[in-house]
Design a protein around this ligand. Structure first.
Ligand SMILES: Cc1cc2nc3c(=O)[nH]c(=O)nc-3n(C[C@H](O)[C@H](O)[C@H](O)COP(=O)(O)O)c2cc1C
Length: 407
């Protein structure tokens, strides 16, 4: 028997963006990279294509998942060639990107939904064959697992390469400044495309988190060496971006206890607490802040993750310390939420909204299914990431509940 959940706090309104946007429910579509973009130019071994643009299939995907008063966070969008960590990912650094994203945004708006652009710089989680540039990192810290392959073979090759063989270069101060300007340029294009706001991808071991992580950031200048200094890049980035879009249209996603992409640093609580205090002081009107659950992990098992938490002397850690620091800033949580465990969480006051990834991917009508207590369709991992022979498979072909149930 389906149980009606419409009285849950998940379906009560939530004001974000300093009251400029009132969401009609609190089931947020997580940022999900799907590599379904269209190549911008012909690709040859001599001149490989390195740019992808949004297309009609992407418009369809986002439109399928847009709901009246619902919030979608876009897939991670690189602000530059250097920042693009995967093939098939449309960026925001040429006019055609803004034109393409505008179609996605318009489709979401047409259904009464809202959409933020997640801006993403991969930093060292990348290979120079893909970007055509040196690989950037706060320090020239090579990949520490000699057996880790980059997930895709280089363009026009069938042979995967090892990340350790392509160590990154340390970003100079001018490079730090110009990279921040790349984010600002992407934010301007996001505004042009009509996005309702911008979310910095500050999680999962990509460039901002590389600055925050003591095992990757080994700098001894003002950008490294202490928790406070390791926060400087992110704080500077937020200051600059809020100049462009306004702090009420800005947000950031953080994973203070994440291990993805070799974020194995220590001083987790000290570093991210300092970061949150500064964010609260400098951006009190931030649109919202989004966290990944301490125990959620993409690669490690629950037991392995617990060992890391124990090693940091944080065996029972929750997001509560950050919630306390951030006070009334709308506070989102993501990582492992489903139709069984999502109930009562917002009522407890721990969070203001839940960010859902994999079940949103496999249930275009996720919000309705949760509201009506209908069962969820399982996701197929093999089609998470493109490019695939047929892009729509595992992307726009997941049916709504009505279409899965024979009449
Ligand atoms: C296919 C796939 C792509 C993802 N891409 C992104 C991304 O672009 N940006 C991001 O912040 N997180 C990304 N994530 C992480 C998700 O946003 C989310 O945090 C994770 O899936 C856990 O939530 P879930 O249990 O609801 O799926 C991705 C996850 C998956 C499965």
């Amino acid at each position: 028997m389906a149980s009606d959940r419409s009285q849950s706090k998940l379906f009560q309104p939530l004001a974000i963006a300093d009251g400029k946007i009132t969401l009609k429910h609190r089931v947020v579509h997580a940022p999900l990279t799907r590599n379904r973009g269209t190549p911008y130019s012909e690709s040859t071994p001599e001149k490989p294509n390195r740019i992808w643009v949004p297309n009609d299939l992407m418009v369809e995907y986002y439109s399928q998942r847009a709901t009246e008063g619902g919030l979608i966070i876009s897939e991670a969008i690189p602000p530059s060639l250097e920042g693009n960590g995967m093939p098939g990912v449309p960026g925001l650094f040429i006019p055609e990107h803004a034109d393409g994203w505008k179609k996605v945004v318009d489709a979401v708006h047409a259904k009464g939904g809202y959409i933020y652009a997640q801006i993403w710089h991969s930093g060292r989680a990348n290979i120079p064959q893909l970007t055509g540039t040196p690989i950037l990192c706060p320090s020239s810290t090579p990949w520490d697992d000699p057996n880790d392959f980059y997930a895709y073979p280089p363009p026009h090759s069938t042979q995967q390469v090892k990340l350790v063989d392509y160590p990154p270069i340390e970003m100079t101060i001018p490079k730090i400044k110009s990279t921040i300007q790349d984010y600002c340029n992407a934010a301007r294009l996001a505004q042009k495309a009509g996005f309702d706001g911008v979310e910095i991808h500050g999680a999962n071991g990509y460039l901002p988190e590389q600055f925050l992580s003591s095992n990757i950031n080994r700098r001894t200048d003002e950008y490294g060496g202490t928790p406070e200094k390791r926060c400087k890049f992110v704080l500077e980035l937020m200051d600059e971006l809020s100049q462009v879009v306004g702090q009420e249209n800005l947000s950031i996603r953080l994973s203070p206890f994440g291990l993805f992409n070799q974020a194995r640093g220590t001083q987790r609580l000290e570093t991210w607490s300092h970061l949150c205090k500064e964010i609260k002081a400098n951006h009190p009107k931030l649109s919202y802040i989004s966290f990944i659950e301490p125990r959620f992990e993409q690669i490690y098992t629950a037991e392995e993750k617990q060992k890391f938490l124990d090693s940091w002397d944080l065996p029972d850690i929750s997001l509560e310390p950050f919630r306390k620091i951030l006070g009334d800033t709308p506070f989102f949580s993501g990582g492992g939420w489903n139709d069984k465990n999502a109930w009562g969480v917002l009522e407890r006051g721990d969070y203001d909204a839940l960010v859902i990834g994999r079940y949103f991917l496999s249930n275009p009508d996720l919000v309705e299914r949760l509201r009506r207590g209908l069962p969820l369709s399982k996701y197929d991992r093999s089609t998470f990431y493109g490019p695939l022979e047929k892009s729509s498979v595992g992307y726009t072909d997941y049916p709504t509940y009505e279409k899965t149930v024979p009449n």
